[in-house]
Design a protein around this ligand. Sequence first.
Ligand code: 5GP
Length: 189
Amino acid sequence: MARVVVITGPSGVGKGTLIRALRDRIPELELSVSATTRAPRPGEKHGEDYWFLSRDEFEKRVDEGGFVEWAEYSGNKYGTLRSELDLRVADDRPVLLEIEVQGARQVAETMPEALRIFIAPPSADTLRTRLVGRGTDAKEAIDRRLQVSEEELAAQPEFPVVVINDRLEDAIDELTRVVREGIDEARSA
Ligand code: 5GP
């Protein structure tokens, strides 16, 4: 049984930075490339950052049962393609999903053996500062994301593992430890 690792948490909490560092530390951990209907940000590549699909294409895949989970987030659809997981799980390669909270809830139902980790900010204020500082979204998009973030923060107790992203190095250490343990456990099961 290969390990499926789910990392979730509110937008702006620093999931991207943590995951990059985590993958440097655990190179065997492969990232599942999600599908989305959102437009690419400058520099984002189709098939690397996301599979960028039209709404029609996305919906067609939903109807065909092509997604392990999917959710509407801030006006766009995001989902984990079954094909991204099947390949790696068949080869016994640990795979990481970086998804929002609604999707992580679906995974809890359909793949209860998956390791689910919630990344939390040290305080709610940190999120606005980070979202604004990142400069990748327009003000309206940031406001919308912050609204969603509050709802997402409330989901924290649903997750068996919570890593607080306060000091980056500490959060990376903690996340690496938890994921490494999870992979080893699945191997020896
Ligand atoms: P962004 O637009 O900033 O790339 O992503 C917005 C949110 O969608 C983030 O919280 C990210 O984790 C989430 N997301 C990315 N891919 C997926 C996916 O495949 N499924 C779900 N449910 N959420 C996703």
